[in-house]
Design a protein around this ligand. Structure first.
Ligand SMILES: NC(=O)C1=CN([C@@H]2O[C@H](COP(=O)(O)OP(=O)(O)OC[C@H]3O[C@@H](n4cnc5c(N)ncnc54)[C@H](OP(=O)(O)O)[C@@H]3O)[C@@H](O)[C@H]2O)C=CC1
Ligand SMILES: CC(=O)C(=O)O
Ligand SMILES: [Mg+2]
Length: 768
């Protein structure tokens, strides 16, 4: 695991490079021509301006207002870091913007306001409110936060929510309902200790009350101790939770308590306090970034504990990230004027209920779990669960409609659900999915060019992430020196091999003998075999062949043929495969898209194309996706009889005859393949009609290679690959000069490939 210091440095580099910050503004309309610009700006822009002047509601029609939320802070209660000021709060606010976008496709401007004065703050927000469809107040300290939110809700007609109050309340209430049920207790009876009496703590406690918890069963504690009814100068909010019990400290309060809710500061709960709690205690230590008690310390102290923190690195992350994206999504989609109690409660129920549903495999994979199941370590859904977007916003939207605050009620719920699915589109989910899938069963990966700094960095990250056990090939002294430079700790799980060194001679000769056995009749002498095996790519391929490594990665510093030749020569093709091919996984704005064959077959025949499609379908399944593949041409379904179009048609016929179960069709032009509606209306008979295509099989190398590079460059889409298909054993070729990130991704691909059983590989790859 990376040390805290290393994580700190990584976080600084993450924020600084390749450009400072985490978000940017991206135009959504064409701007290529003079005509476009005349529409986007003067004179064309005057038309929507005048329409909005006539009716302000038109701003939802002609501007981005309806999907734009302001994340606003004055930096007075930033996470658990306290009053660090508006500038210092900006990374958190940008972070919220990133989360809004990736989880709910909501655009955000983060705004940091330099005032602690309540009236000034309110006036600032009110003045900028016309820009936005919603206002998310963030990290503003209590008691000011209460007044600010109350007034803005009253005085603005767009949804305003203080995330630390209500986002946190919604998530923790859902988690608490489930935890109380698992502990075999009742909300009406549980004794609750709340540490913190700020924005988050007060709102959480209020919501727990509305789900049955009793004020007389609660004890709230602030920085001065227990909030007792006999204490003087209490704010209204604190008075609401003042206890009549004559106790003074957290220590006293914890005795026999059923629930501890921490929304205060780090490390204030001790093991002794946990031990004094009732049976099956529930502890939500939600202070960020460090909880009120360390997760491991807590679970090691009591086995009957139900434990949650605000962090993502332990089970049960009770964090408002599960709330604000989805609550605002629902509110914006019905143009709600408020986020009211009914909407909050609907979100609580939807979240609590979702945790009890069977978890899709995709979520297990994303979290490197074998089987997430409702229980003590899974009381609340995981943030990367795609169902959050399809379950929570509809519940919130319905509640808004029923409670009369929806200005644009939804009429067609099926269509709304489809829209939400569309929003799930592309982001880094696929990368996360890959890494976590690999982590489930890490394999020994041989890096053939480990004496290159970036290759070594990729090996280091992959190892630290638990993705692989690296075997580092190259000049030992160079590797050791570079390892020191990047603080890559040399542990038991790392093997360094220099095939050219004397100590490796015996191994080289043993591999050479093996190689010679199979190649002596092809004109290779034993001496030549020995010479070849000292070459890193031959040695690496032989390691995989002989089961001394599970997968190999090479190609960072060498031309493609230098790497492919030994792989083909030594590892060879899987049974039933007559040609290898390569696919690239593109992380596009519409979701993951595979493109084949991007690297190997210059002009494949119809039979080859069918094989390439079959092998691509195997790779998709390997990544846990259902293949929906289009065979690409310049023509659509017989519109051209040219041999090039005919070839694709023939490939489709072969696939339909030999693999009828595959969702593949064509020949199709790219735009029809990628546009569901176009395809459905023009070719309703297509096997792909109404489907979201996730793989494009191009008719030749020219088109596949140019297209993947075009998407990569124009859309700045990440590309993972080329992923080799059809080899007997996992060997993958890196792009010349690949980035560290690309190599980490390829490591995950190689590991996942190695996780698949050889038998399955052969059955799946063959078209015959
Ligand atoms: N997991 C999640 O999703 C979320 C977690 N949080 C976390 O909750 C915490 C509070 O946030 P927020 O409510 O916005 O901030 P506020 O500034 O509004 O409240 C902080 C509260 O903590 C109290 N406090 C400080 N020291 C202690 C102590 N030693 N013992 C008990 N209480 C103490 C303060 O007491 P006093 O009133 O006397 O000053 C105050 O009531 C932060 O750590 C934050 O990261 C917040 C939102 C979401
Ligand atoms: C999660 C969050 O919003 C906080 O800790 O402040
Ligand atoms: Mg916050």
């Amino acid at each position: 695991m990376p040390s805290n210091e290393r994580q700190r440095r990584e976080a600084l580099v993450y924020h600084a490079k390749p450009k400072p910050g985490k978000i940017e503004v991206v135009p959504t309309k064409k701007y290529a021509t003079q005509r476009d610009l005349a529409l986007a700006y003067s004179p064309g822009v005057a038309a929507p301006c005048l329409e909005i002047e006539k009716d302000k509601n038109n701003s939802y029609k002609y501007t981005s207002k309806g999907n734009l939320v302001a994340v606003i802070s004055n930096g007075t209660a930033v996470l658990g870091l306290g009053d660090i000021g508006p500038e210092a709060s900006k990374p958190v606010m940008e972070g919220k913007g990133l989360l809004f976008k990736i989880f709910a496709d909501i655009d955000v401007f983060d705004i940091e306001v330099d005032t602690k004065d309540v009236e000034e703050f309110i006036a600032t927000v009110k003045r900028i409110a016309p820009t936005f469809g919603g206002i998310n107040l963030e990290d503003i300290k209590a008691p000011e936060a209460f007044e600010i939110e109350r007034r803005l809700k009253e005085e603005l007609d767009i949804p305003v929510m203080h995330d630390d109050q209500h986002g946190t309340a919604i998530i923790s209430a859902a988690a608490l309902l489930n935890a109380v049920e698992l502990a075999g207790k009742k909300m009406e009876e549980v004794k609750i200790v709340v540490s913190g009496a700020g924005a988050a703590a007060v709102s959480c406690s209020r919501l727990y009350k509305s789900f049955g918890a009793k004020a007389e069963n609660m004890v709230m504690i602030d920085s001065k101790g227990v909030i007792r009814s006999d204490r003087e100068n209490l704010t209204d909010e604190k008075r609401e939770f003042a206890s009549h019990r004559i106790i003074d400290s957290l220590d006293d309060a914890m005795k026999d308590a059923d629930v501890f809710v921490g929304l205060s500061v780090a490390d204030i709960v001790t093991p002794a306090m946990l031990l004094s709690m009732a049976d099956n205690p529930i502890v939500f230590a939600m202070a960020n970034p460090d909880p009120e008690i360390d997760y491991d310390l807590a679970v090691n102290t009591r086995k009957d504990l139900i434990m949650a923190t605000g962090r993502s690195d332990h089970p049960n992350q009770v964090n408002n990230v599960l709330g604000f994206p989805f609550i605002f999504r629902g509110a914006l989609d019905v143009r709600a004027s408020k986020i009211n109690e009914e909407m909050k409660k609907a979100a609580v129920r939807a979240l609590a209920n979702l945790a009890k549903q069977a978890v899709p495999e995709q979520v297990n994979i994303a979290y490197g779990e074998t089987k997430l199941n409702f229980g003590r370590e899974y009381i609340i859904p995981k943030p990367f669960d795609p169902r959050l977007l399809t379950e929570v916003p509809p519940a919130v939207a319905k509640a808004a409609m029923e409670s009369g605050v929806a200005k644009e009620p939804i009429e067609d719920w099926q269509r709304y659900e489809d829209e939400l699915y569309e929003r799930l589109g592309g982001d880094n989910k696929i990368t996360r999915l890959l890494l976590n899938r690999a982590k489930m069963n890490p394999k020994r990966v041989v890096y053939a060019e480990a004496d290159h700094l970036d290759v070594l960095k990729a090996a280091q990250i992959s190892r630290d992430e638990g993705v692989c056990k690296p075997i580092l090939l190259g000049r030992r002294e160079v590797i050791l020196e570079l390892m020191q430079e990047i603080e890559f700790e040399n542990g038991d799980d790392i093997v360094i091999i220099d095939p050219k060194s004397d100590e490796q001679k015996e191994q080289v000769n043993a591999y050479a003998e093996k190689y010679w056995e199979t190649s002596q009749r092809k004109g290779v002498t034993l001496y030549e075999a020995q010479k070849l095996l000292r070459e890193r790519n031959y040695f690496a391929a032989m390691m995989v062949n002989e089961g001394d490594a599970d997968a190999l990665l090479s190609g960072y510093s060498r031309a493609y043929p230098t790497v492919v030749r030994p792989i083909l020569d030594l590892i060879g093709m899987a049974k039933g495969v007559s040609r290898i091919a390569a696919t690239n996984l593109m992380n596009t704005s519409r979701g993951p898209l595979f493109i084949s064959d991007t690297s190997i077959n210059i002009n494949p025949s119809a039979g080859d194309l069918a094989r390439i499609a079959k092998m691509t379908s195997y790779i998709l399944k390997m990544f846990g996706m259902e293949p929906v593949m289009a065979m690409i041409s310049y023509a659509n379904y017989g519109s051209s009889h040219h041999p090039e179009a005919r070839k694709v048609k023939d490939a489709v016929e072969i696939l339909h005859a030999k693999s009828p179960e595959l969702l593949v069709d064509g020949e199709l032009q790219v735009d029809f393949a990628l546009n569901k509606e176009m395809l459905q209306s023009k070719f309703p008979f297509s096997k792909l009609a109404g489907r979201k295509v996730n793989a494009l099989i191009f008719p030749n190398l020219d088109s596949a290679n140019s297209n993947y590079k075009l998407i990569k460059e124009l859309n700045k889409a990440d590309s993972i690959g080329p992923i080799m298909m059809g080899l007997k054993k996992p060997a993958h070729i890196l792009q010349l000069g690949a980035s560290v990130e690309e190599m980490v991704n390829m490591t995950a691909v190689a590991v996942i490939d190695a996780q698949e059983k050889d038998k399955k590989r052969q059955a799946e790859l063959s078209i015959e």
